[in-house]
Design a protein around this ligand. Structure first.
Ligand code: HEC
Ligand code: HEC
Length: 461
């Protein structure tokens, strides 16, 4: 039936009509009528084979949509599991060889052996892990682990109504003076709640001074912004709404706009027992939503902790160990979110230069705080590029910076005698990591990537 249909198509096709063209006359020499007939009659067969090959063959664009996996059954459940990341997640080529005194490079077999031993050690509960290498100035650290849910403060407890209203307001551009900028303009769920820019564009496409940080786990921080200048998310939201370079609006404008949108007052009534959309309530609702944005234990690292011992590649296991020991990262990046929530200077102050940012100093006015910034959490770090408060770095670049012991630029002559001349943290010292070590650290950082969260824009009233 199919071949009959096909022959009818053929009979009317251009190909047949062009029988007298030179091309066909030439081809007839090579292909007599009979062979040609069989060839086209068999089309349904080889056509289907061709399509099957395209779909499932070795270079199939279709199969790449599905990663291979398998069903794994333990005592209670059966789950679909992807194989652990290949060791090729180690982008060695990111790191050109440098010629200083480095930790010795081992053979592939020796590295595999190290990973095997470490894998056994890190399968134990975290209080039995190898001891971290701590700086003399650091007394205690909290071990790495899964992130707990955020707590809601007594003056703004959680309710579903409030969180849902907060989500709408988070995505609603009408909160800004231009009616076009919402929190979601700069904090994009798919980009780990940052915006992928070195520094974001604010009101009137004006470039802001700092990189947009992730909102993930912001509910756990007691001091927010890169310099810790606000103490609560509510306070931060009020500041962002009023900021001339961000949403550039006022409490009156917000209340007037939202009161005039028919659907909003009833939602405020449900969430606050009062229909008036005051700025304070707007801030409370958005803050409640922001506090719900916490890590999900879906990263390879969490699943490794939960007992899936093959989730981390050999490289990532060695990276985890380096992170806690010889690379000294754990001194500042510790606890479930990999931050001590304190302020340090890693040398990116640009003192007396165009990009100067004194960081924590603006809050405390203390000379030792010049150039200190809040240690960012490292969860989902793969997605929140580019990095640091200026957004100048990619991950390999930052690892090279740490390997050099932080940045210690020579002061510009005109500020060399300034009493505010910043000092890079003495916790940062040259690490002598070789190319493989750096790739291992990177592989560990990449194991902190969580399942992609898509918080789509809700229907707005
Ligand atoms: C124009 C881009 C932009 C918009 C719009 C914006 N933010 Fe931000 N956000 C930033 C930048 C940049 C920072 C860091 C500023 C700093 O540290 O000085 C930041 C910081 C934050 C932080 C602190 C995170 C931390 O760990 O310190 C939170 C929370 C936050 N924003 C929430 C919001 C909310 C809620 C809204 C909507 C009301 C919003 N932002 C709108 C760019 C933006
Ligand atoms: C002395 C404390 C300290 C140590 C040790 C330290 N960091 Fe940091 N880290 C910071 C601070 C502070 C920042 C933010 C700096 C800035 O923006 O100027 C930062 C930023 C980062 C960032 C960028 C995060 C972002 O969202 O922009 C990454 C990634 C990072 N560190 C990884 C590491 C690794 C890997 C190590 C170990 C090799 C390490 N850190 C050691 C304090 C430290």
């Amino acid at each position: 039936m199919l071949s009959h249909l096909w022959q009818t198509v053929l009979r009317h096709s251009l190909f047949n009509k062009a029988q007298h063209s030179t091309r066909l006359r030439v081809s007839r020499k090579f292909m007599n009528d009979k062979v040609r007939k069989i060839f086209w009659q068999a089309f349904p067969l080889w056509g289907i084979l061709l399509i099957l090959f395209w779909l499932f063959g070795p270079v199939s664009p279709f199969l790449t949509l599905f990663k291979p996996g398998q069903f794994v059954t333990n005592e209670s459940t059966t789950t679909w599991r992807y194989p652990p990341p290949a060791v090729s997640t180690t982008p060695l080529d990111f790191f050109p060889d440098d010629r200083r005194d480095l930790r010795p490079i081992r053979s592939d077999e020796a590295y595999a052996e190290v990973a095997k031993t470490l894998r056994q050690m890190y399968q134990l509960p975290s209080d039995e892990w190898p001891k971290p290498h701590l700086d003399p100035s650091v007394n205690e650290i909290q071990e790495l682990g899964p992130v707990p849910k955020a707590k809601f403060p007594a003056n703004n407890p959680h309710s579903d109504e409030k969180a849902q209203l907060g989500k709408m307001l988070f995505f609603d551009g009408r909160l800004s003076r231009t009616q076009q900028m919402s929190c979601a303009s700069c904090h994009i769920a798919e980009l780990g709640w940052s915006d992928g820019r070195s520094r974001s564009l604010g009101h009137g496409a004006h470039q802001l001074k700092r990189n947009t940080p992730s909102l993930l786990n912001a509910g756990h921080a007691s001091e927010l912004f890169w310099d810790g200048r606000v103490g609560s998310i509510e306070e931060l939201i009020v500041a962002v709404l009023a900021n001339e370079n961000e949403m550039a609006t006022s409490p009156q404008e917000i209340q007037a706009t939202l009161s005039n949108i028919e659907g909003y007052p009833p939602l405020f009534q449900k969430a606050f027992n009062d229909p008036t959309p005051t700025q304070a309530r707007v801030a409370q609702a958005i803050a409640t939503y922001v506090r719900t944005i916490t890590s999900e234990p879906s990263a390879d690292f969490d699943r490794f902790l939960a007992g899936e011992t093959d989730r981390l590649s050999d490289s990532a296991i060695r990276g985890l160990h380096l992170f806690r020991t010889d690379a000294r990262c754990i001194n500042c990046h510790h606890g479930p979110q990999l931050t001590d929530q304190k302020f340090h200077n890693i040398g990116l102050v640009y003192f007396g230069r165009k990009y100067e940012d004194r960081g924590r100093y603006y809050v405390t006015q203390k000379a030792e705080d010049v150039g200190r910034f809040r240690t960012p959490g490292l969860r989902n770090i793969e997605r929140t590029a580019p990095y640091t408060h200026l957004g100048f770095f990619d991950l390999p670049g930052l690892i090279n910076l740490y390997n050099a012991g932080g940045s210690r630029p020579k002061p510009r002559p005109h500020v060399a005698d300034s009493p505010l001349l910043p000092e890079t943290s003495t916790m940062l010292i040259p690490l002598h990591l070789n190319k493989q070590d750096k790739a291992d650290l990177l592989a560990f950082l990449l194991s902190l990537t969580e399942r992609r969260r898509r918080d789509l824009m809700p229907d707005l009233p």
